[in-house]
Design a protein around this ligand. Structure first.
Ligand code: ZN
Length: 490
């Protein structure tokens, strides 16, 4: 149902225009409260209703020991309704000031992670407005017993790194913390001058004053807050020229530069492997922030990697080339084509596992059919314990696991099985055309499960809806096309 009040306002406007009258703007669209979320079934509190983020400026100032910081968020947004109140997502940091269009605004924080803002003057529908929120916070150390995953920022010795996926950015500063609200970003980091700093996007400027250095980075592509990277540490940034001129940029611990450098080419190899299958890399910059605390994360254009996995020994022992391929594939699946809702996570992780398996097969280690047979037969229906592949049940991530919902086997192995089943059904050639069409049509955008079914059906010239839905929404794995002998474990 449409908002009846808005329908009334439209009628009034049309009638008045017809009569040659001017409509007072207060009647054009009544100002109401924006929703606390965008309506995500897995993460109802993430993102916000009533406006779209157009651009984001995020500025950090760290103290000398990196144990605390102040940060400001400046969002340019467009109101999708008249707003007399709206939310940002913030969980933890202390608010020190809120302004809307330059005027001080009233605010309150809720334990659910909503920063509820009441502007002095309501924002009109379709109007562009600017909201600035200042916060201060401690950075949790990795030894902090209260640390939750995703923590947002992590502090370890002389290092800062961000692990936000899927809900950690709101633990750092005020944001609209949902991939469907991604927007270009300018990120400024002020840190002790003895340390380096890095973030997603291109380095625009470095200004050193007294004991600090401020570096400003600009990511022109839309970026989801879960993919932000904020790095500070004793590292050296090295550049290499990648495929068709892509800037391959690596932030490497200076003390391990010689040890790690030979393994950096794995990122370029991964980009080229993916480009052969999917077409051009969706950005102009790739590479990695290699930090001591670890966690592999596809932070946009600057994959987070643990230093001990990037040494020659760590790299070989842990099969890290496959991990690098997985993370680089997310530049297409997740970073460029972002999930519309968190129930669409299988489109990120299923693809990443699928291409990681393709890489492993191309290296002669294990055929893709064997990898898939293993998931189907050994893991079987257990992977659906937390809900169907495209319909995770958030209640299945209780307590401490709640912050990482809906991450689990259904999205990863289940998602890869859906893609393999589709490939079996339509053949490798048509499947590849579906994949190329998908990443091209939704590049730098947001798309969900229904969009994928539509693209697949259109490219394959057949209605693949019933077939794909049986995989995506079933509570048991369907039979695998071409492999009637595969029996899923109960
Ligand atoms: Zn992944």
């Amino acid at each position: 149902m449409k908002n009846p009040r808005r329908a009334l306002a439209t009628t009034l406007a049309l009638t008045s225009l017809a009569a040659g009258l001017t409509v007072p703007s207060a009647f054009a669209a009544p100002a109401t409260a924006g929703g606390p979320g965008i309506g995500d079934k897995v993460w109802p509190e993430l993102g916000n209703g009533g406006y779209d983020v157009v651009d984001q400026k995020l500025a950090f100032t760290f103290n000398d020991k990196l144990t605390g910081y102040t940060a400001s968020t400046t969002l340019s947004a467009r109101a999708t309704q008249g707003l007399n109140r709206f939310d940002l997502d913030l969980l933890g940091p202390e608010v020190t000031g809120v302004r809307v269009n330059g005027l001080r605004a009233a605010w309150k924080s809720t334990p659910q992670g909503e920063l509820v803002i009441t502007p002095k003057r309501p924002v009109r529908k379709d109007a562009r407005f600017v909201v600035k929120v200042d916060v201060k916070s401690k950075v949790p150390g990795v030894t902090d017993p209260k640390i939750v995953f995703p923590p947002g920022l992590i502090h370890y010795g002389d290092w800062i790194q961000a692990i936000n996926q899927p809900s950690g950015a709101r633990r750092i500063l005020a944001v609209s913390d949902h991939p469907a609200q991604k927007a270009p970003a300018t990120i400024s980091i002020t840190a002790p001058v003895r340390l380096n700093s890095i973030a997603n996007g291109k380095l625009l400027s470095t200004v050193k004053t007294g004991g600090t250095a401020t570096r400003v980075f600009r990511e022109d592509r839309k970026i989801a807050t879960e993919l932000l990277q904020i790095g500070v540490g004793p590292f050296t940034v090295v550049h290499a020229r990648g495929s068709h001129g892509i800037d391959m940029r690596y932030a490497v611990p200076t003390a391990q530069l010689k040890e790690i450098k030979p393994q950096l080419k794995s990122f370029d190899e991964s980009v080229r492997f993916m480009e052969q299958r999917l077409g051009r890399f969706p950005g102009v910059r790739a590479g990695s922030y290699i930090a001591p605390v670890g966690g592999e994360l596809e932070t946009q254009g600057l994959t987070l990697m643990p230093a001990d996995h990037m040494t020659k020994e760590g790299f070989e022992q842990n099969g890290v080339d496959g991990v690098v391929l997985h993370e680089v594939s997310h530049e297409w699946f997740g970073n460029s084509v972002s999930p519309k809702t968190w129930s669409d996570l299988w489109l990120n992780e299923g693809h990443a596992v699928f291409y990681e398996d393709a890489w492993t097969a191309a290296r002669g280690r294990q055929s893709q059919t064997e990898s898939m047979r293993h998931s189907y037969v050994e893991l079987g229906n257990q992977m659906l314990a937390n809900g169907p592949i495209a319909k995770p049940n958030p209640a299945k991530w209780p307590g401490d696991s709640a912050p990482i919902r809906p991450y689990g086997d259904a999205a990863y192995q289940g998602g890869a099985l859906v893609l393999f089943a589709l490939q079996q059904k339509v053949g490798a050639k048509v499947f590849n055309r579906i994949e190329r069409t998908w990443v091209r049509e939704h590049a730098n955008g947001v798309a969900g499960t229904g969009d994928f079914i539509a693209t697949a059906s259109e490219v394959a010239h057949q209605d693949l809806g019933p077939f794909l839905r049986s995989w995506l929404y079933g509570t048991k794995l369907p039979a695998m096309p071409g492999h009637p002998d595969w029996k899923a474990a109960a």
